[in-house]
Design a protein. Structure first.
Length: 110
């Protein structure tokens, strides 16, 4: 398995114990995996996601996985581990506000 390429996989989860009124808490989680090909990476990512929720009884895997093949031969400082390109008619401020700067995101558990 040492010569296999690296992949990153983003899976989406819902934390059912972290509701705030009618709002749900969703988590986008990215992990690194070694796999022979894209199909194996998807299977491994889904298995990892199922393992993750098995340790968190109030967390639900939503069945979404997005796999990215890492093109660099070695993982080091500055290695690109995930990329998503999206076409949009939104200008830059509206794009950021719509997808990223909503004021509802957090990267730490609290």
């Amino acid at each position: 398995m040492n010569d296999e390429p690296w992949y990153s996989a983003k899976c989406i989860f819902r934390h059912n114990d972290r509701k705030d009124g009618d709002s749900n808490m969703y988590e986008e989680r990215i992990v690194l995996l070694k796999a022979e090909n894209l199909d194996e990476a998807i299977i491994r990512a889904e298995n990892e996601a199922k393992q993750y929720v098995s340790d968190l009884p109030t967390c639900e895997y939503l069945g979404f996985v997005d796999v990215f093949h890492l093109f660099d031969e070695t993982i080091e400082d500055g290695t690109e581990v995930y990329s998503l390109m999206r076409q949009s008619k939104l200008d830059k401020e509206k794009y950021l506000n719509n997808f990223y700067d909503t004021g509802l995101k957090r990267t730490t558990i609290s």
